[in-house]
Write a protein that binds this ligand. Structure first.
Ligand SMILES: [Mg+2]
Length: 194
């Protein structure tokens, strides 16, 4: 999400703006939506029917988080840029960049879905700090195996419930610390259990 916020942290300190990575299935589209303002949608990417449960409150929460942190929202999902057509307008988000995560099924790799995503996110993102809302619980482990990453936090979301204010708050605290302490060495903050 291109925001008008500053691209520098602290007084005249050049530092790459953080990215907020957003998965779709299990995060914005939970398996069993409960509390919230979820609405059911049928969408047809590539002519294949998908039932989605989407909550416009997610768009507001993510937009506010990005704006306050001066960070950019980016899709990190197998939906890739298709999320801009089928997901974003239904929750009030603008078009976002998408991490280029190739379809795993066309690859001879035997990597798991979480490993595959972690490898491609790491290759694309480099040293840029990031928070990642993701429901695959193996992603944090696989990220530790990727060399050269900058500071990052994976906020693991329960795919049955989806993204909540609790997850947004975890990200906000981490992003606040990143702005306040931009010189900390690279590393992974341990997410608290959701
Ligand atoms: Mg997912």
């Amino acid at each position: 999400m291109a925001v008008a916020g500053p691209k520098t942290y602290g007084a005249a300190m050049e530092y790459p703006a953080a990215l907020i990575l957003v998965d779709v299935d299990g995060v914005l589209n939970p398996n069993k939506p409960g509390a919230g303002d979820y609405r059911r949608h049928w969408v047809f990417p590539n002519g294949v029917a998908h039932r989605l449960w989407l909550d416009p409150g997610h768009g507001r929460m993510l937009g506010e988080l990005a704006q306050l942190a001066g960070a950019e929202l980016v899709w990190a999902s197998y939906w890739r840029s298709r999320a801009n057509k089928w997901i974003a307008p239904r929750i009030g988000l603008p078009s976002l960049r998408a991490v280029p995560i190739p379809s795993r099924w066309r690859s001879p790799s035997r990597s798991s879905s979480g490993q595959w995503k972690a490898i491609h996110v790491a290759a694309w993102i480099g040293q840029t700090p990031f928070v990642w809302f993701e429901d695959d619980p193996t992603v944090p482990t696989y990220l530790t195996q990727q060399p050269g990453l900058g500071r990052h936090l994976t906020v693991t979301v329960d795919p049955a419930i989806g993204l909540t204010r609790y997850h947004i708050e975890q990200a906000r605290i981490w992003l606040d610390d990143l702005r306040a302490n931009p010189d900390h060495s690279a590393g992974t903050a341990e997410p608290r259990p959701a």
